[in-house]
Design a protein around this ligand. Structure first.
Ligand code: PXG
Length: 285
């Protein structure tokens, strides 16, 4: 049975799930999205993902034509019809069909799309051995130009950074902001451990406020670990005891080398390893 994809209230076979070439989502990257996980039949942090989707839409003056409750039901129904309990959900809202000009007011029919599929995971060895990343020259979008807090369909900033990383043999890449501070990776937030305290760039560094990031901060604080949202430089990364990334797809992944420099002892550290376990318990319990 082919996978079914939800578009505006109807389910289509994957190969027939299409939007118009006049959709401004395609023509201009004008739209918003979310990447969400389902674990054991339960959608992880669904409310938070829907809230972020609605905020992203609000920030680009895009009115989502259904309610959050309707979207939540559509996500559950699409997972069910595809028999997916552990998988990945991509919710997309495009500006809809318009003219060939930029004017979003000429677009009348936002497309609400829900794709549910198996998830492409990082290889399991990575969680044991840790990841090597590099700092790339592509600067994270200036928040005053296009806020990284908006999860928009325009991901070229991150894609350019990803290409730089891949060309250097790294599957993730560290992006700095316009002030030269650490921002985040192309699809993951970054954390450091220094003398038992956990540090991560604040929202003002120009980052996406990751939902995994929030979940991890809450987990750490619950166990009494100090977490500081504070501006960080490359220097802070290089001298950290541990480094890890968080994201919906990656969950919590250790970083053991940055710009060819070993972080800490060059192996996943104890706090990171413990956190991976705790996050596993949180999502699989
Ligand atoms: N920063 C950026 C720029 C992201 O795109 C994160 C951080 C982590 O946020 P969450 O809420 O997921 O903890 C993201 C999310 C992919 C993919 O296929 C990546 C994301 C979303 C969807 C797909 O790599 N990244």
């Amino acid at each position: 049975m082919p996978l079914k994809v939800y578009i505006n209230g109807k389910l289509y076979d994957k190969d027939d799930a299409k939007v118009s070439v006049y959709d401004h989502g395609l023509l201009y990257g004008d739209g918003v999205f979310e990447g969400i996980r389902s674990y054991g039949g339960k959608v992880f942090r669904l409310k938070e993902h829907l809230d972020r989707l609605w905020y992203s839409a609000k920030a680009i003056l895009l009115e989502i034509p259904i309610s959050k409750a309707e979207m939540a039901k559509a996500i559950e129904d699409t997972l069910a019809v595809n028999g997916i309990t552990d998988g990945y959900i991509r919710a997309v809202v495009t500006r809809g069909c318009g003219t060939l000009g930029l004017d979003p007011n000429k677009c009348s029919d936002p497309q609400v799309i829900i794709i549910t599929d198996r998830i492409e995971l990082y290889p399991p060895e990575l969680y044991k051995q840790g990841l090597e990343i590099i700092t790339v020259s592509t600067v994270r979008n200036h928040p005053a130009a296009l806020s990284p807090r908006i999860k928009s369909l325009n991901y070229l900033n991150n894609i350019l950074a990803k290409i730089e990383g891949l060309q250097a043999g790294c599957i993730e890449a560290l992006m700095l902001n316009c002030r030269g501070e650490v921002a985040e990776c192309t699809g993951d937030n970054l954390f450091l451990v220094r003398e038992g305290r956990v540090l991560t760039p604040p929202t003002e560094a120009g980052i996406l406020e990751g939902i995994t990031r929030d979940a991890v901060i809450a987990l750490l604080r619950k166990q009494g670990t100090v977490v500081e949202e504070t501006p960080l430089t490359k220097h802070d990364v290089y001298v950290a005891d541990e480094c890890f990334l968080t994201g919906t797809a990656a969950e919590v992944v250790p970083v053991v080398k940055v710009d060819s420099r070993p972080i800490g002892r060059g192996i996943p550290g104890p706090l990171t390893r413990d956190l991976i376990e705790r996050f596993h318990e949180l999502t699989r319990s």
